[in-house]
Design a protein around this ligand. Sequence first.
Ligand SMILES: *Cc1c(COP(=O)(O)O)cnc(C)c1O
Length: 319
Amino acid sequence: MISLKDVMDARERISEIAYETPILQSEQLSKLCGNQLYMKSEHLQKTGSFKIRGASNKVIHAIENGAKYVTTASSGNHGQAVAYVANKYGVPVTIVVPENVSMCKVNAIQAYNGKIEKCGTTSGERLPRAQEIAVQESGVYIPPYDDPFVMAGQGTVGLEILEQAENVDVIIVPVGGGGLLSGILTAVKESNPKVKVIGVEPELANDTYLSLQNKRITTIPATSTIADGLRTNQPGDLTFPVLMKYLDDLVLVSEEEIRQAFSFVLERTKQFIEPSSATTIAAALFNKLNFEGKNVVTVISGGNVDLDSVHQLIVSTTE
Ligand SMILES: *Cc1c(COP(=O)(O)O)cnc(C)c1O
């Protein structure tokens, strides 16, 4: 398991790359949910999501240990983050993407000089290919969440929250593979265990919810939730034990609640966030928390939305 020291080392290592993002406050959303609501704004992070934190911690460590090449198998936020960091350090990078990848994702990766290789349609096909290229090129494969350096990098979000919101009572974190949540749990529970940490998943991607209930890693079939950053179908071997040890609660939100939260945030706060992040606001707005009057920091994990799909996210917000 990673420790607070690993997260503090990560913060040092990535300080030249990742921004310290602002915490925004919304009176309107606070009123609606009965708690003081704050947003840790990783949608304003470089490359548009927190993924730059874990990716840079892992890539920089790999380069320091002689890596001359990096690869990964994600076309989403993690792929963009890895391409950005590799480019920044002048290391060649290949991102293995599905055959049906959207052009906007390809463009984002190519803008950072990432090389694209198309392979199959499932992660079961892409992942071995990315690992194979890493071996052939004497490089390193950068996992999206199940890696100590990636987890520690994501945990730096937690250190910043503790400093920026000294009176925080509760932190709400979206859960895909659990890299972000396990990092934040380590940073927060090993600094100030009184702060509660709550995870959120879409009902359609409730693999971690089921795993916690069953007390062992449980896999669900492929899912199509609009929260595309949370479609992972099982928690990681390294992330899950951290959740078992420290997590206070995990709540579920529906697709409609995610759309409502996205629309509320856009309309009331003018912030453009992605559906994966809107899950945390949905948890606060739709009575998933059984407390009131607390200082609640929601982790807004990213802001990358394919503009072609925005119309599917906007719904009426009249109460
Ligand atoms: C990857 C991602 C998540 C989930 O992070 P995990 O570490 O996989 O749990 C949440 N939100 C956004 C925007 C992401 O890109």
